[in-house]
Design a binder for this molecule. Structure first.
Ligand code: SF4
Length: 424
């Protein structure tokens, strides 16, 4: 059973129309976030408490990465446990003890919950407290859920960062906090611009090392680098941080507006920021310009997947001249996306949630030039002759900031070039 409700007046008369759907979904679960989170927090380990399916998902999402010292694994809960023949808590404690004995370099261990009913019965947050008592100060153990019942794939990062918030030390001092996992190169770009503009101190969440958790408190100005951190932002605000809503730092325009919002909230000199941004803006214009001719006037359709869809659509329409057919997102956080929604062309068709069959019908009827979707939909659409972009690539590639803006545009020209080559 599914439902599609068209709502035109949810956020005032200027709000774009939204189709709301609750039906069958085609998205990855929150475990996928481990693939980028483990690279970011370099002394953390992610232990999925799950089934063989979870282990396979992680292996295929991680692709061909080879690790000398892997930083995630799956503790497989066998069916025998269902019948209660093993004490699951003891089993989990044994697995953790073995792991930490072999890997004393692990400073933070995340127990990541999953879907199977035998895992749901386990109280992972209690297990985490018990294991923290046992292994502190060497290792802190936290837990969150990456279950496909509760999370789509980027919500796994939100759940992970939300688990970190209660661990952050308190501080009233003025500071800027940037929340959302960013590749090292992007973090370095932002850190350089902030330093040149005289904005600081700046903290990044998650930190590179679990032993260097950033402080938070009433002096903290919070900027989100990712649009899917609803719970993390809520908890940081509860700790006193002041959330500044702005467009996300994706594309040259989004990056400029995001940095300007941060500078204003930190009370720093706009002229100094403009000077710090100028070289990046110039390079982004050249990078984006290389791709504009191929994308301008092309029609793009977004299936809901990563929650990055609205900022990406804004970038593609405003900086590359693409026409937005439909912009689907699993969850539309109107507060966090207010700066983005204001920049979308009037009457952009948004959709929230998913009923995959209905959406496929709309997509086929519209016959867009390019579709952004998950892996499960890409193969059938490609077979029908539609060019697709896998949304997961947008999470695995550096896309934020001025320096990446040209490469981000290139991620959308590549499938069009490939299809043109096939047609020739
Ligand atoms: Fe594991 Fe559930 Fe994700 Fe499947 S959807 S991989 S069972 S957590």
């Amino acid at each position: 059973m599914s439902a599609a409700i068209r709502s035109e007046a949810a956020a005032g008369c200027a709000a774009p129309p939204v189709i709301r759907e609750r039906g069958q979904r085609e998205v990855f679960c929150g475990l996928t976030g481990i693939v980028w989170l483990h690279r970011r927090i370099q002394d953390a380990f992610f232990l999925v408490v799950g089934s063989r399916t979870c282990a396979h998902l992680l292996q295929s999402a991680a692709g061909v990465m080879i690790f000398a010292e892997p930083r995630f694994a799956t503790a497989i809960i066998e069916e025998r446990d269902l019948a209660g023949r093993a004490d699951m808590d003891d089993e989990l404690d044994r697995v953790v003890a073995r792991l930490l004995e072999r890997r004393p370099d692990i400073r933070m261990l995340f127990l990541v919950g999953s879907c199977p009913s035998e895992v749901i019965k386990l109280d992972l947050s209690r297990a985490a407290s018990r294991l923290t008592r046992q292994f502190l100060p060497q290792t802190r153990v936290l837990s969150y859920s990456g279950s496909g019942i509760e999370t789509t794939f980027t919500q796994g990062e939100d759940a992970c960062l939300a688990a970190l918030v209660p661990e952050l030390p308190a501080s009233d001092s003025p500071q800027l906090m940037v929340a959302g996992a960013l590749p090292d190169a992007v973090e370095a770009e932002f850190a350089t611009i902030f330093a040149e503009a005289g904005i600081g101190p700046v903290q990044f969440l998650p930190p590179r090392r679990a032993t260097a958790l950033p402080p938070v408190g009433p002096g903290t100005v919070l900027m989100l680098a990712q649009p899917f951190l609803t719970e993390t932002a809520r908890l940081l605000e509860a700790r006193g941080a002041r959330l500044v809503v702005a467009p996300f730092p994706i594309g040259a325009e989004g990056t400029r507006l995001w940095l300007q919002a941060a500078a204003q909230a930190m009370g720093s000199d706009p002229a100094r920021l403009a000077a710090a941004m100028a070289p990046g803006i110039a390079r982004a214009a050249i990078g984006i310009g290389r791709h504009r001719a191929l994308l301008e006037g092309r029609r793009i359709f977004f299936f809901p997947d990563s929650q990055l869809e609205v900022p990406l659509a804004r970038f593609l329409s405003r900086e590359l001249g693409m026409e937005l057919v439909e912009v689907g997102t699993p969850y539309l956080n109107r507060q966090h996306l207010a700066g983005e929604l204001a920049l979308l062309p009037a009457e952009t068709q948004l959709s929230e949630g998913q009923d995959v069959d209905r959406q496929l019908d709309r997509c086929r009827a519209a016959a867009p030039d390019l579709v952004v979707c998950g892996l499960g939909l890409a193969n059938p659409l490609e077979a029908e002759g539609t060019a697709t972009k896998w949304s997961i690539e947008l999470l695995f590639s550096p896309i934020h900031g001025f320096e990446q803006a040209g490469d981000l545009a290139g991620l959308f020209t590549r499938p069009l070039r490939r299809r043109a080559a096939l047609e020739v």
